[in-house]
Design a protein around this ligand. Structure first.
Ligand code: BTN
Length: 315
């Protein structure tokens, strides 16, 4: 009630009537909310007024920010976990439905692509994993990776105005600095996907001092780019809506429309790039992506395909 009437006093009596609880119970609940980080003004004969919400993400703000129909509707919020990827894997094995979302305020073992660590400190970022159950061959998984990059890029723009570009396959950059990373892990049986866990990390409200020295020159955050703290639940809600729409488009029309959207947002295409692959360095002019989302490079008139690796702009 207090969230829905910002700036207004609501009397203890009215709250107790609407919730059919005693005035003492209202007072107790207000104190519980105070402990959880809410701040209230309490004035005799006027009632309570909400002054500030906690910086933490709470289920109510998150659920009210979700406009999607299934993605994010099954929601688990954790204060701290090793990795939300592990949590979703456990839920997936227990039969959780597609669209199940796990969000953590902090990850102690956040994972990135290519076996790297992903810095996920408490209270300021968006660290979340979503469960998908596409009925597709395992070879389609890289397409979903690109779909996620497009969805997060569009959602960030819609929710905060921050424009980012996609570095192949799915890093989001603002002027060369990373603002978001995506990790797609798939579990398959007989070459068909059983489920995918899509991990999304978005640097939301970090300042540069929040990062260790070695990361400061290569990262940025939504707060740093927009000049003000962003509403994390609103960003998460926007990501879920974009993802749901693009995933539906993908299931109905295949990868082609997603590939076009990806290419339009890419900062890799039409550039000379060097890719660090497991077999060493390859460089060439990036001409586009193929039907599986692999990167096509051209060098000395010959074309070749890169399936996985770390792209650096320049030859
Ligand atoms: C990358 O940039 O290499 C991918 C980073 C993916 C990070 C997200 S944060 C939520 C989820 N849990 C993890 O451990 N990793 C992903």
């Amino acid at each position: 009630m207090l969230l829905q009437n910002p700036g207004e006093y609501i009397s203890g009596e009215e709250i107790s009537k609407r919730l059919s609880i005693s005035r003492t119970a209202v007072w107790k609940q207000i104190n519980k909310l105070r402990e959880a980080g809410y701040e209230f003004d309490a004035v005799s004969r006027r009632g309570y007024r909400l002054i500030q919400k906690p910086a933490r993400m709470d289920p109510i703000s998150l659920m009210s920010a979700m406009n999607s129909s299934t993605f994010g509707k099954q929601l688990k919020i954790l204060e701290v976990t090793t990795s939300t990827q592990e949590e979703v894997r456990r839920l997936a094995e227990e039969g959780a439905p597609e669209g199940t979302l796990v969000i953590a305020e902090e990850q102690t073992g956040g994972r990135g692509r290519l076996g790297r660590k992903f810095f996920s400190p408490p209270g300021k970022g968006i660290w979340m994993s979503l469960l998908l159950r596409p009925d597709r061959p395992l070879s389609c998984a890289p397409q979903l990776t690109l779909l996620f990059a497009v969805a997060v890029c569009r959602a960030i723009k819609a929710a905060t105005g921050v424009e980012s570009g996609i570095k192949w396959p799915n890093d989001l950059l603002v002027q060369g600095r990373k603002i978001s990373g995506i990790l797609l892990e798939s579990v398959a049986e007989d070459d068909r996907i059983r489920y995918c866990i899509a991990g999304i990390g978005i640097n939301a409200n970090m300042t540069i001092e929040d990062y260790p020295e070695e990361l400061r020159s290569i990262v940025t955050s939504l707060q740093l780019e927009s000049g003000k703290p962003v509403n994390r639940p609103a960003v998460i809600g926007a990501v879920m809506s974009e993802l749901e729409q693009l995933y539906r488009l993908y299931l109905e029309e295949g990868f082609t429309p997603i590939a076009h959207l990806w290419e339009a947002l890419s900062v890799t295409i039409n550039k000379v790039v060097t890719v660090h692959t497991s077999r060493g360095l390859v460089s060439g002019y990036a001409v586009g992506i193929d039907g599986n989302g692999a990167l096509i490079l051209e060098k000395a008139g010959e074309r070749f395909t890169v399936f996985s690796g770390d792209v650096q702009l320049g030859g």
